[in-house]
Design a protein around this ligand. Structure first.
Ligand code: IDP
Length: 163
């Protein structure tokens, strides 16, 4: 049964996506949500907030020692972010592909970073996506309380295979 178990876990995989302050400033929230909706992912949590330095240091715990970390703090606390949890088949890997490479200059056309940013160096790249299922689980717990995530059924599941 192990392959079935793996398959069903992957079917209901969850990932954390955040529209960073530059994405909110540039009115890209709707466009980014639409891409995940159209791909068939299910929105199970959503909120807007001003990030604290404490939350950010826990979110980016592997980056706090990097030389660019102070700039990253300035960037990420410069305005509100919109953070969401999306659920569906292979959500983590697929959403990384939809978001594109970290440096927008290298990001492929068709990705969020490849479509909305020309070149601004590394920092302001509009969106965050969890990079592994374990990372996603950690980030979802960090940003959301359990009751803020909703389980709901897709009413046309039979036609689309959406969950
Ligand atoms: P990711 O956002 O594509 O997962 P990470 O390496 O986890 O990339 O870095 C987190 C964020 O930190 C990036 O999205 C970017 O905003 C910033 N960042 C990463 N590397 C650099 C760098 O070399 N210079 C400046 N900022 C960086």
């Amino acid at each position: 049964f192990s392959h079935i178990l793996t398959y069903s876990n992957t079917m209901r995989e969850r990932t954390l996506i955040a529209v960073k302050p530059d994405g909110v400033q540039r009115r890209l929230v709707g466009q980014i949500i639409q891409r995940f909706e159209l791909r068939g992912f299910k929105l199970v949590g959503l909120k807007m907030l001003q990030v604290s330095e404490d939350l950010l240091s826990r979110h980016y715990s592997q980056l706090t020692g990097k030389p660019f970390y102070p700039d990253l703090v300035k960037y990420m606390t410069s305005g509100p972010v919109v953070v969401m949890v999306w659920e569906g088949y292979n959500a983590v890997q697929t959403s990384r592909a939809m978001v594109g490479l970290t440096n927008p200059a290298d990001a492929q056309a068709g990705t969020v970073r490849g479509d909305f940013i020309m070149f601004i160096g590394h920092l302001r790249n509009v969106v965050h996506a969890s990079d592994s299922p374990e990372g996603a689980q950690k980030e979802i717990q960090l940003w959301f309380q359990g009751q803020e995530l909703l389980n709901w059924d897709c009413c046309y599941h039979n036609i689309t295979c959406e969950l």
